[in-house]
Write a protein that binds this ligand. Structure first.
Ligand code: SF4
Ligand code: SF4
Length: 391
């Protein structure tokens, strides 16, 4: 059987050194410089088996292409175990940062051949196709968070709230809107025309459905007259800024993460935090803001450190070598919980009692992991809500 998309990477699969650096990390040449943090690959951390790491998937992919393996259901499930957090892509090796692309290509082949995706991802696709969002909620309620806020539906700047902030944690969307207003930004929202960014479809290899939903979002943004799209969710940011151009070509608008706008407003003196915060604070870098095509790590720190007298410390796994929050609580619940708990331990290891995030998904996952652990002593807060308390 042919796996044409996986086969595009055959040189890398054959040249893979099976060195294992992708599980535990290289000496990092970028900030923070020095030895890699103890934890990097979340699936390896969960299973403690080489097969559950980029090395394992790459060797398995090569063996499959050599015709020595059959794509049995258990094997299909295995290909859907990786969270695509991209930590392994930091390895400076012959695979050259394509570890995630290889696993995504393999999943696309599995979908095309009728073997994939696995049930949770299939369900995501059905829910998104039916209702336009990943929670099966009525799209008419998508902009309920904005009631009474007087936000237009057309404008040169559009705020794209995303599914989590629109349906599950509306206070995040409200805080984002309040901070944009504090920065003096005139912005619009798409209302029920804003659809899921398509992240679960892209992750699971359902590329046809992904392209369709991406195109609909781009059309809605164009129809609103936007030249700039602002997101406060790292997953939405990654999809709109990095993945959409891969499937749709150059976009007719720019995509920014909200922290980039707020940091500029602080630099320009439009936002001036005046109140301090209690205790030690740290920041969790979302994977999709610092690697896999993005590099937004200075701005969130600039924002947090503008708080008067703040006691701030970075975690060891930070910036490009950040540790994933767990990412897919619905589709990969065990991995998500395990990874989220590890990340909360990183916060404790720094002696911090507040961890700030700049992603609705990270906020959701970390809070879920804390509840599950029965230890909610760490304050987990999104960057906009955190900053509003200091104004
Ligand atoms: S993907 Fe790269 S770092 Fe990982 S085992 Fe292969 S060569 Fe080594
Ligand atoms: S993307 Fe993340 S979970 Fe998947 S193999 Fe790489 S480090 Fe591990």
């Amino acid at each position: 059987m042919d796996y044409p998309k996986l086969n595009e990477y055959h040189l890398k699969l054959w040249n893979d050194q099976a060195c294992g650096v992708c599980q535990r990390g290289p000496w990092t040449p970028y900030p923070p410089r020095g030895p890699a943090p103890n934890r990097l690959c979340p699936t390896w951390e969960q299973h403690r088996k080489i097969s559950y790491s980029a090395q394992g998937w790459i060797q398995a992919g090569r063996t499959l292409l050599e015709g020595k393996l059959e794509m049995e259901p258990k094997f299909v499930e295995y290909v859907y175990e990786c969270s695509l957090c991209g930590s392994c892509c930091n390895s400076r090796c012959v695979v050259n940062g394509d570890q995630v692309n290889i696993i995504k290509a393999w999943r696309e082949d599995l979908v095309d051949l009728g073997h994939g995706p696995t049930e949770p991802w299939k369900k995501d696709a059905a829910v998104i196709e039916k209702g336009g969002n990943r929670f099966g909620r009525d799209q008419k309620d998508r902009a309920k968070w904005a009631e009474g806020m007087n936000i237009p539906n057309k404008g040169e700047i559009v705020y794209f709230a995303g599914c989590v902030a629109s349906f599950r944690a509306q206070e995040l969307a409200q805080s984002s809107a309040k901070m944009l207003k504090a920065a003096g930004v005139d912005f619009a929202i798409l209302g029920e025309n804003e659809l899921c960014c398509g992240n679960p479809l892209d992750q699971s290899g359902q590329s046809k459905a992904y392209k369709e939903i991406a195109a609909k979002n781009v059309e809605a943004i164009k129809a609103a007259g936007a030249k700039t799209v602002v997101t406060s969710c790292a997953c939405c940011y990654h999809n709109l800024a990095v993945e959409y151009p891969k499937v749709l070509g150059e976009l007719p608008f720019q995509v920014v993460h909200q922290t980039q706008i707020i940091a500029e407003a602080i630099r320009d003196g439009k936002i001036k935090p005046t109140k301090g915060v209690e205790g030690k604070v740290t920041y969790h870098d979302p994977c999709h803001m610092v690697r896999l095509g993005s590099k937004v790590y200075k701005e969130p720190r600039e924002i947090i450190q503008s708080v008067p007298g703040i006691d701030y410390k970075d975690m060891h796994a930070t910036k490009r070598v950040t540790q994933c929050c767990g990412r897919n609580p619905v589709e990969q619940p065990e991995l998500s919980m395990h990874t989220g708990k590890d990340r909360l331990q990183d916060v404790r290891d720094e002696g911090a009692n507040t961890v700030v995030t700049a992603c609705s998904f990270c906020d959701w996952n970390l809070k879920r992991a804390a509840r599950n652990e029965g230890d909610e002593s760490i304050k987990i807060v999104d960057i906009n809500t955190f900053m509003l308390e200091t104004l």
